[in-house]
Design a protein around this ligand. Structure first.
Ligand SMILES: Nc1ncnc2c1ncn2[C@@H]1O[C@H](COP(=O)(O)OP(=O)(O)OP(=O)(O)O)[C@@H](O)[C@H]1O
Ligand SMILES: [Mg+2]
Length: 310
């Protein structure tokens, strides 16, 4: 579903920016026109020639609507609803046991829902598997295959036999993208934890998914490696333009990475809040804006934790 957001963006001139406080509609009257000339901005006439308008669009690729999931006689979701847009980096944040991993299983068609609707790119999850790939907390590499062969395995399992040399080149390119050009022949047993997880990311990218689900992918790594991996995944996301749904219960990780945080309650789970994070990237945790988001989220998290639900 494509939806026009109706935001007119000018490529070269920030007419709507706070910097000059000059709004687009003001250029339509004489005052605005004069002001445009005064500030050195192009006239409306020349502007049309130089800067074609583009409409920013929003395309929903994941639609979770009024979803109820019951497991072992317990209600996990209570009509849970959220959407994810194409190209977004969304963090699912919530307390342990609220159903973050469960949502990935549902979206991957691995777990049936009790009621509601889930759609992946307009398709039922049971037939949308080719659109998605997973990165888990543990890299789940095959020990008798080296880094490149592990990446190739992802392609072979998904797509069957194919052009060997083209695939090898693709695997090499992806290993380069995740910073492992020199480790392609190494086996999982000698790769570091961060390197193993990078192979898992390359393997996920190798099948050209539209959406990558990541379930606490860095939580088993040491703090320094985790910090580095966050920077790297952000760069990979920017380079590839994939949609990423990233599960975490780490507030710092969420505020550093997300375009939007979907904060979940305890079970039976609903969305507590959708929190957009428009802050520029890359984000250092020391930035005042991030500290504000962090403090607000901490308060919300504490209120969720002290909630009497299970
Ligand atoms: N097959 C199952 N049968 C019964 N209950 C289940 C089953 N699978 C998951 N659950 C329950 O569903 C709830 C959500 O589990 P899930 O793994 O999605 O939580 P989570 O938010 O990912 O937690 P964490 O942050 O600890 O990873 C938990 O209470 C779990 O015990
Ligand atoms: Mg989990």
């Amino acid at each position: 579903m494509a939806e026009a957001r109706g935001i007119w963006r000018w490529r070269e001139f920030p007419f709507t920016s706070g910097a000059n406080n000059l709004r687009l509609d003001r250029l339509n009257d004489k005052t605005g026109y004069a002001r445009a000339l005064k500030t050195g901005l192009p006239s409306p006439r020349t502007r049309h020639k130089k800067t074609p308008m583009t409409i920013e669009t929003k395309e929903v690729v994941i639609n979770f609507q009024d979803v109820v999931v019951e497991l072992g006689g317990q209600k996990i979701y209570d009509r849970l609803s959220f959407e994810v847009n194409k190209g977004e980096f969304v963090c699912l944040l919530g307390p342990s046991g609220c159903g973050k991993s469960t949502s990935l299983r549902v979206m991957g068609g691995l777990l049936p829902i009790t009621s509601g609707t889930v759609q992946i790119m307009g398709l039922d999850p049971s037939i949308a598997w080719s659109k998605i790939a997973y990165v888990f907390q543990s890299p789940r590499l095959v020990s008798w295959r080296n880094a490149m062969e592990n990446v190739l395995l992802g392609i072979e399992l998904r797509l069957g036999p194919g052009n060997k040399s083209a695939r090898e080149q693709k695997a090499l390119d992806l290993l380069a993208l995740v910073g492992l050009s020199k480790e392609v022949k190494k086996y999982p047993s000698i790769l570091s934890g961060g390197e193993r997880q990078r192979v898992a990311i390359a393997r996920a990218l190798a099948v050209d998914p539209e959406i990558i689900f990541m379930d606490e992918p860095f939580s088993a790594l040491d703090p320094t490696t985790r910090e580095r991996m966050r920077v790297e995944i952000e760069q990979i996301w920017q380079k590839t333009g994939k949609t990423i749904v990233f599960v975490t219960h780490d507030i710092d990780e969420a505020v550093q990475l997300a375009d939007r945080i979907i904060l979940l309650t305890k079970k039976p789970t609903i969305v507590k809040e959708n929190i957009p994070l428009p802050d520029a990237r890359p984000r250092s945790l020391g930035l005042p804006a991030l500290a504000l988001h962090r403090n607000r989220l901490l308060q919300m998290f504490n209120s969720i934790e002290s909630d009497s639900k299970t």
